[in-house]
Write a protein that binds this ligand. Sequence first.
Ligand code: GAL
Length: 467
Amino acid sequence: MEFEIRTLKPGPEPKITGPKVFGVRPGHPVLFAVSATGEKPLSFAAEGLPPGLTLDAQAGRFSGTLSERGEYPITLSTKNACGESKRSFKFVVGDRIALTPPLGWNSWNCFAEDVDEAKIRAAATAMAESGLADHGWSTINIDDCWQVRHPDPGRDAEGNILTNDKFPDMKALAEFIHSLGLKAGIYSSPGPLTCAGFAGSYGYEERDAARYAEWGYDYLKYDWCSYTEIAKDKSLAEYKKPYEVMRAALDKVDRDIVYSLCQYGRADVWEWGGGVGGNCWRTTGDIVDTWESMSTIGFSQNGKERHAGPGHWNDPDMMVVGQVGWGPSLHPTRLTPDEQYTHITLWSLLAAPLLIGCDMTRLDDFTVSLLTNDEVLDINQDPLGRQARRMSADGDMEVWMKELEDRSQAIGLFNRGSSPAEVAAEFKGRRMVRDVWRQQNLGPFDDGYKTAVAPHGAELIRVSNPE
Ligand code: GAL
């Protein structure tokens, strides 16, 4: 298949990437690693670091705690044989975490029930060694199927959740993931069973939250499924209840755990997901690797933007680029390269959690290029935390716009049709236009910008005021 790699390979000079802000609760361990590209070895430093925090100069990892609420601006720097680069950064200590959308990987879209500990370790190793972690990718999430299968009670005599033979030691697994500078995620359901029929958390929420913390997990996906049997009616209160119960349990542990609600968008979860303490919530059913599935989900997010912001994100589901397949046999995504540009462009504009769904040990150059474009990732991770909205739709041509912290705008030009088309974005007066994927300035344009867009394809520009 013919395809165009748009992303430039990183140069040898040091460059800091990834989020520019990190939220942590008072007194909870700070788990944050600076990401940077450039020739290794790199060394790291931070100016203005508040007492309580230290930075490992070789690994670029922070550790410690901050007990006073407030904002702590610092300057990060990284050096190598070719030079030095700096970036402003901020720790925010308060009730909110996930101040930028989670950036990570999840096991479901490739392995589903075929998952095991070795595959999770391999994914974490690949995240670190493939260079993806250098661009800010940071979380390795185990999805369903680590628990004991029903009808076994799935718990010991004290009620502690048990793992199946494929996951002999969840604590050691989290430690391994952390040793690579990454964070670890786990999965459960509020009902008695998970979606794949393993033991869920119903009636054991506090015990489970405590276990996740003791094991060292940093992210929980909490998936409705068999709670349908428990919910007495279809009232809003019944939809919220299981998520409130787990929220209260998570609030009792002394660790920050990003809380990802999964109930497929029922009862307009975007209206109340933040209110029940979710950091993100699935807005749709499960994605598959077809144009129809991906584009229907992605382009239907318009209108939900007012519910997204730092600490609370709409989640249009995990990404379907690379080798996917829901286990045991994988195949290259059925999305064409242009459709994959649409997928990553749209999810980035939507400030969606970006969760890679493919086999991390079999990344090809094209997939790596889609996932390592720092200017695209910066749009997703922009600290203002706005989600794009649709500015115009003209037949198959759509223009979506995301406001950014520096007062520029990211604009996606999409062609949902099956023949080439010109797509136009309008703006007022003279603006500077940059091609984000190709990282090139296109020059000043007056009152708008128009370009050819491939069938099912996308272009992404950043528009700013002239200096
Ligand atoms: C589905 C969920 C998927 C995956 C699966 C596991 O309900 O939407 O993302 O987690 O359950 O069984």
